[in-house]
Design a protein. Structure first.
Length: 361
């Protein structure tokens, strides 16, 4: 019967798996990593909070697609939490961690990846339902969208907890991987292949949908007299999703390939030398997504900018309570939808900025 090592600290497992890189995260290198990591995590928290607030605030976003987009931003926000926890539990600290704390560290990362991945898959289904009917938004009810969002997080939490629930090497030390000393190599192979296969399926589905949209749009444009902007809306939404998916695949694929090589026990692949850079690349995905939302979606950018501008004006008005607000837009509510749209087109949100040329790509 194999001996189990539940009461050991991580230095025991690092030594057993010949993981000797934890000592490299010391001195100036560790300080630089913590500084850059802190900056990017703060940006992740602020920018993704703005995306979520924009969906809640703007009633034009009260549709299944944008609810799921907000949930994707929530997954990125959660990823920021996971990276903060990782930053303060890495380097020399790694060797002092208990088994449970190490499982928590890795489980948070796995949960954030799964939440983003499953969310993108659900968005693909939502887009398929809408596009095949040539609608901008699907007919999913709020209850169904809420159920989908709850299901996404239930799956993500479960997948993040699978190693803790038993698929680990605590009772079979010879099966431990080198990148994740408590994970069985068989689990890394399963985890990596599963995610890479889902990547491939989503890319194929989105390419198929995008080609269908382009074909139908070209056919309809020559037979309908509707506004050009309305006919282009499904295409613009698909471009946003395709860009988000592309960034996700580019940022996460290298790390998953490295995990797969580790799971296959590739001792000559030099995976220890590149693991930290691929982890930083994965971090950049959560930084890029809110930038993509605001750049590709005029309305999203306008709403986010309006919230920032109006927040600044509110603070100014608190200091100068006698000053009359300089713009009606900052006080616009649901009843001023048409006027607000004109203001966005003219690029006069809060009296500042030029949005005319933004997000048309």
């Amino acid at each position: 019967m194999n001996e189990c090592y539940y009461d050991k600290r991580m230095d025991f497992f690092y030594n057993k798996t010949n993981t000797d890189t934890v000592d490299e995260w010391t001195g100036p290198q560790l300080i630089v990593v913590l500084c850059f990591g802190t900056f990017f995590c703060l940006f992740i928290f602020i920018s993704n909070s703005l995306v979520i607030a924009a969906v809640v605030k703007n009633k034009r976003f009260h549709f299944p697609f944008y609810y799921l987009l907000a949930n994707l931003a929530a997954a990125d926000f959660f990823a920021g939490i996971a990276y903060v926890f990782l930053m303060f539990n890495t380097g020399p600290v790694s060797k002092t961690l208990t088994v449970n704390r190490w499982f928590l560290r890795q489980g948070l990362l796995d949960t954030s990846l799964t939440a983003s991945l499953v969310n993108l898959l659900v968005i693909a289904v939502e887009r398929h339902m809408s596009i095949m009917r040539m609608k901008i938004h699907s007919n999913l009810t709020k209850k169904r969208v809420t159920f989908l969002i709850i299901s996404i997080w239930a799956i993500a939490i479960f997948m993040g907890a699978v190693p803790t629930l038993g698929w680990n090497c605590l009772c079979d030390i010879t099966a431990c991987s080198s990148l994740a000393p408590l994970y069985s190599r068989s689990y890394l192979v399963f985890w990596s292949i599963l995610n890479l296969v889902v990547f491939f399926i989503m890319v194929v589905v989105y390419i198929r949908i995008y080609m269908y949209v382009q074909r139908k749009t070209n056919v309809l444009s020559s037979h309908t007299s509707g506004s050009i902007s309305r006919r282009r809306t499904p295409v613009k939404l698909m471009k946003t999703v395709m860009t988000v998916l592309g960034a996700f695949v580019v940022c996460w694929t290298p790390g998953l390939v490295v995990l797969l090589l580790d799971g296959l026990n590739c001792t000559y692949c030099g995976i220890q030398n590149v693991k930290r850079w691929f982890l930083l690349l994965a971090l950049m995905n959560s930084v890029m997504n809110p930038i993509i939302y605001s750049y590709k979606d005029d309305e999203m950018w306008a709403t986010m900018k309006r919230m920032i501008c109006c927040s600044s004006e509110d603070k100014s008005q608190d200091r100068r309570s006698s000053q009359i607000p300089s713009t009606v837009l900052c006080r616009s509510t649901d009843t001023s939808g048409n006027y607000l749209e004109d203001g966005i087109i003219q690029g006069t949100i809060c009296g500042k900025g030029d949005l005319g040329d933004k997000g048309n790509s």
